[in-house]
Design a protein around this ligand. Structure first.
Ligand SMILES: *Cc1c(COP(=O)(O)O)cnc(C)c1O
Length: 497
């Protein structure tokens, strides 16, 4: 299978090369040249497969230049029970008649990013070997909090790879920051950037696209790659759990064969929901994807009106991993729904750069609305649903999952959704313990994040996720910081360029 650029500015490459490069060197993102088509019979055959078998099967369609054995080894390492100590890797929990929570946070860092980032380093190491290029890979990550730690955990100690993580100094929680700056391994670096996530991401993207910088890098025996969801290697593992969820429902007799379901995805960079879209394009029976946003509702407005407009205030919410105005993977999605029209993509993304927004044509909007619904949740609604979910079902959700549930509730009230619905749960509630406890008690909580975790355990009787235990006493190992404009200099310093 070939991978092509969304901007039509690069020759087709194989999967390994797309993963090694991260993004298209001239700008643009790699997407599969065509989406594999599966019959329902073929999907149904895997009803009793375990998660590892499902992953090897699905990845095989997209990563044709990897051998079956390579994929099996990578998948077995990534989704081993020591990384995901839970039956089925991504269990479904039933909340009321039609709602199923898909718990994607059983990995080492308590966020769903582990689903991709435990596997991606395995793929990247093999991709680099295939390329025959003997340069050390430098992974640059811009993170709004969760990606950073998940990437550090995935890449730490991996031979031939160095990883540098940039995070917005005031945009992550104390726990998220501690998770990152306490990471061991002699190939990891962490840098606090004095700006918000978009500043971070823009600065890192700028370095990726800087030819002179890339030349200097090559001369010094390095090459860049990316662990952000702009890298296909980050996206493709996420397609698997949509199949896993559907087949679990089928096996448990909760749905009939071929029954269409709705899927709610708390969305930031549009990676998770895009993976779901690919699953549906492959033949998974999905009625609607509900794209759930917090008060940074650029995507809600876009899906309703066709106007993508980032000229608005950036809001800090209790679901910080979704505090994003520029959703990188939307570009891939638009490329797909326009039937691979790279001319349109170039035009829209020029407008985005020059004018802070663009408007798609009505034909494309109609096409999108046939499968996607945009909804958003206000902060008060998110807090409310965290509380009522706990009271009604004795089930604890984090604020990102809360956004998803609140959006679903709004749609159900408006009678827009009554189907069996899977809601992606993207973080363990303790990862955002303060917001969760404040939502449950209705009171502002004093004290540091760790005290809050203790109180939340007492209040709920829930167990602390293992990735957060022991963090309090771990010593910091990273202390770098810079302004957004200082990102290139920081990389030079770290790599000794
Ligand atoms: C990253 C993240 C999201 C957003 O996922 P995207 O793939 O960027 O849309 C939602 N919730 C949590 C907890 C996250 O870490």
């Amino acid at each position: 299978m070939n991978y092509i650029s969304t901007r039509g500015n690069y020759p087709p490459v194989q999967a390994a090369e797309a993963i090694r490069l991260g993004m298209v060197p001239e700008g643009g993102l790699f997407v599969p040249g065509e989406v594999p088509q599966l019959s329902f019979e073929e999907i149904n055959k895997h009803k009793h497969a375990d998660y590892q078998e499902l992953a090897t099967w699905i990845l095989g369609y997209f990563l044709e230049d990897f051998s079956g054995q390579e994929l099996e080894e990578a998948v077995t390492t990534a989704y081993h029970s020591s990384n995901f100590p839970v039956e089925g890797v991504t269990p479904l929990v039933r909340l009321g008649d039609n709602t199923y929570i898909l718990e994607l946070w059983h990995g080492p860092t308590a966020a769903f990013k582990d689903m991709a980032l435990q596997l991606m380093p395995e793929l990247l190491v093999r991709a680099v070997k295939k390329s025959g290029i003997d340069r050390e890979v430098v992974i640059l990550v811009a993170t709004s909090g969760d990606t950073g730690k998940a990437a550090l955990e995935g890449f730490k100690g991996v031979d031939g790879i160095r990883i540098i993580v940039f995070y917005p100094e005031a945009g992550v929680s104390q726990i998220q920051e501690d998770q990152m700056i306490t990471t061991g391994g002699n190939n990891t670096e962490v840098v606090a950037v004095r700006g918000n996530f978009d500043d971070c991401q823009t600065a890192v993207k700028g370095v990726f696209g800087d030819r002179d910088f890339n030349r200097t890098l090559k001369q010094n025996g390095y090459q860049f790659s990316s662990a952000n969801s702009i890298n296909w290697g980050r996206l493709v593992p996420q397609i698997v759990y949509y199949f896993a969820a559907y087949l679990n429902l089928l096996e448990a007799g909760k749905i009939e064969e071929r029954q269409l379901i709705d899927i709610v995805v708390p969305t930031g960079n549009f990676g998770n929901i895009l993976a779901g879209y690919y699953a549906s394009r492959m033949g998974l029976p999905v009625n609607k994807f509900i794209c759930a946003s917090n008060e940074n509702k650029v995507l809600t407005d876009f899906l309703r009106t066709g106007v993508y407009d980032i000229k608005r205030d950036f809001k800090k919410t209790i679901s910080p991993s979704m505090d994003i105005l520029i959703s990188s993977n939307l570009e891939r999605f638009l490329f797909e729904v326009t039937g691979h029209d790279s001319q349109k993509i170039r035009y829209w993304y020029n407008q985005l750069r020059e004018q802070g927004g663009f408007e798609i044509d009505s034909g494309t909007l109609k096409e999108i609305q046939s499968l996607f619904v945009g909804e958003f949740a206000r902060e008060t609604e998110v807090k409310q649903i965290i509380k009522t979910t706990f009271e009604q079902y004795n089930y604890l959700v984090d604020p990102h999952t809360g956004v998803g549930l609140s959006c679903l509730q709004s749609l159900r009230k408006a009678r827009l959704s009554d189907r069996i619905t899977v809601v992606d749960s993207t973080a363990n509630p303790f990862k955002f313990g303060r917001a969760v406890l404040e939502a449950l008690t209705g009171e502002v909580q004093e004290g540091d994040d760790y005290l809050i975790l203790e109180r939340l355990q007492e209040f709920t009787g829930w167990e602390l996720h293992r990735g957060l235990a022991g963090l309090r006493t771990a010593s910091p190992r990273h202390s770098r910081n810079c302004r957004p404009t200082g990102v290139p200099a920081e990389i030079e310093d770290i790599l000794g360029l």
